[in-house]
Design a protein around this ligand. Sequence first.
Ligand code: NAD
Length: 431
Amino acid sequence: MDKQNLDLAKQYFSGFSKLNFEERLDRLIELGALSTEDKKFLSDGCKMDLSLAEKFIENVIGYFQLPIGVATNFVIDKKAYAIPMAVEETSIIAAASKTAKWVRDSGRITTHIVGKEVIGQIQVAKVSDYAKFKKVILQEKNNFMDMVNRDVAHGLVRRGGGVTDIIVRAVERGDGQFMGVVHVLVDACDAMGANIVNQVCEYLKGPIQELTGETVTMCILSNLVDSKVTHARVEVDNIDMTLASKIVEASLFAKQDPYRAATNNKGVLNGIDPILIATGNDWRAVEAGVHAYAARSGQYRSVTSWNIEDDKLVGKFEAPLVLGIVGGVTKLHPMAQMSLRMLGVECAEELSKICASVGLIQNLGALKALTTEGIIEGHMKLHIKNLALGAGAKDSEAPILQERLEKVLKETKRVSPSQATEILKEMRLEV
Ligand code: NAD
């Protein structure tokens, strides 16, 4: 990002969290992230057409709404973003924005993706002659690829993608025998690719059976996409070495201990899932892929790591984040369309890189808090609003109740829903 753009991004996001709802939307319009139509849609409560829901799923009874907010201060690969996040958990957006500001002002975020293809699987459960099965498929693979690219994946081929390779694997059955598994590698361009990959595999089922004489038992894509892995790197310059060492120790804990790794990765996904939801992407598919990748060595490990290099703290994220900016409901859901416009992403890879960056920044924010003041104070300060609401405080009572709960939190480092109810009762008796 040139200095002028960086200055502009700093200016627009300065004091963003202090703005009221309308001012926030106006600021995003000034930034070019929202249109006046978007503002009207958001101000009217995002009313959605029920007939659209009927097209998405079965037995529709309505819509479930989540809050959607904006993570600010992100500059990724020198480009500034306003990042839409649909999420119910308090403090995720605040922590992401705060940590992104730190890195924007004292470091940088860079990204890259290794590989292009997603994987489809064709299973022959009881292969009678694996060696022959493998040999004849590999002999015929160019012909198979030409056929499927011509008949099924021509739309992808036109865009520079399509089926690029076929691999044959033997997978242990657990009874001393092997099953034959064909992997079909597909560059799905800007789509996540599940439907198109499934169609590619279904198409190949007939020719494979005919050629090999074996019986294909199922065809489906794999969500463990180790053939397309997104990397993000965060550098913080001139870091306080005491803090950096604590973060590095926390990182080692998550690498070595699956109990900690699970929670570490949950925190990383706190940054990723809300963007997937906001953009209409299949977050179950990405979650499955991230966790499977985290366990690829045989032990579940963190998908992030932190080290000290010279006087810098350097963090890395590495996992498959396969998503689309076309396909699924990305083009159909009005909120997904708005979110994609807001991000201004030009391709699916760019969206994947943003997700990786936000995940890594979220991780840095959590590790910094955990190794210094702990996360309770920051999290609970924001959660106190929910506690007040949950206790049944009216609009006129909520600010006083929140203030009293904050005092309790400060004094005891703890605050609970029952305390909120109790204090509200006392407040009502005082009147
Ligand atoms: P899709 O079926 O809507 O198809 C995407 C289409 O987009 C492809 O035909 C492709 O040719 C086209 N395309 C690619 N790049 C393009 C571009 N730049 N411009 C215009 N068109 C382009 O979507 P999909 O991505 O194949 O499938 C995603 C859906 O599949 C999601 O809804 C997901 O929930 C679902 N799904 C997931 C799984 C799983 O993850 N295990 C399994 C089944 C289905």
